[in-house]
Ligand binder design. Structure first.
Ligand SMILES: NC(=O)c1ccc[n+]([C@@H]2O[C@H](COP(=O)([O-])OP(=O)(O)OC[C@H]3O[C@@H](n4cnc5c(N)ncnc54)[C@H](OP(=O)(O)O)[C@@H]3O)[C@@H](O)[C@H]2O)c1
Length: 237
């Protein structure tokens, strides 16, 4: 069983992954902005064993947040061997943005790129211990191709993909394996404004949880670096 940090576990994909991995018996440390979001849910610390289930405040825009989360987790779990990066935001900023949209671009950079980077950095020394650590990153198809007019979101996800490649390169010899999951549309709050495509036909958060669970069972020699999944055909890729 693994000792896992999951960011963005309050909703959507992160929550679905946390629920599945909890059932499977892993030790989980969830990073959320508001702990109260988990009250009266199966992820409420009150209904779980405090020896292998923690909830910590984590805000990707606060550079000190991840170190506090990592340190508190190691105090209880003694180690961390897996990070699943799910915290992320979406903004629709065009190439020709106006000055009021500059903050959106800065926020995307902070949350989608610097958040995973700093959290990985702060946990790195623990990930290198057992020669079998895993880092799973929710990137996006927007980290592989730029579709429509999503300049800022795509920019953040391409940068995140590059970071995944560097994590893989730098962690390879110590047995760290990285997987960038690249979905198209997933039926969560983030995709709620997509109306031209039925929600039931989108990728579901539980399907991504299933993929993550399987990834954690693979040996170092067989972990895919990238999993791209589309719910709609994209012939140009
Ligand atoms: N849904 C899609 O169509 C889709 C497709 C491809 C890739 N992705 C990627 O998958 C990841 C998860 O997306 P989702 O669909 O689960 O989105 P979601 O339902 O909107 O959930 C986003 C999660 O990120 C957290 N978060 C936002 N800002 C944060 C911050 N500053 N610090 C820490 N946590 C923060 C949210 O916490 P709060 O509850 O506190 O806001 C929430 O837990 C994202 O990286 C997203 O880009 C999603």
């Amino acid at each position: 069983m693994r000792k896992i940090l999951i960011s963005g576990a309050s909703r959507g994909i992160g929550k679905a992954i946390a629920l599945k991995l909890l059932k499977e018996g892993h030790s989980l440390s969830l990073g959320v902005r508001k702990k109260e979001d988990l009250i009266n849910t199966p992820l409420d610390p009150k209904v779980n064993n405090p020896d292998n289930f923690l909830v910590h405040t984590y805000d990707a825009t606060d550079q000190n947040s991840s170190k506090k989360w990592v340190d508190s987790t190691v105090k209880i779990f003694k180690n961390i061997d897996t990070i699943i990066h799910c915290a992320g935001i979406f903004k629709r900023t065009n190439l020709i943005f106006n000055s009021s949209e500059l903050k959106d671009i800065e926020d995307l950079w902070k949350v989608n790129v610097m958040g995973p980077w700093i959290l990985t950095k702060d946990a790195w020394k623990y990930l290198t211990i057992n020669n079998s650590a895993r880092i799973i990153v929710l990137v996006s198809m927007s980290g592989k191709r730029s579709k429509g007019k999503l300049a800022s979101y795509s920019m953040s996800k391409f940068a995140l993909m590059s970071l995944c490649q560097t994590m893989r390169n730098e962690g390879w010899e110590q047995g760290i394996r990285v997987t960038a999951i690249c979905p198209g549309s997933v039926n969560t709050d983030m995709a709620k404004e997509i109306n031209h495509f039925p929600k039931k036909d989108m990728t579901q958060a539980n399907d991504i949880a299933y993929i993550c669970s399987n990834l954690l069972n693979l040996p170092n020699s067989s972990v895919p670096f990238e999993i791209a999944l589309n719910c709609q055909l994209e012939t140009a890729i």
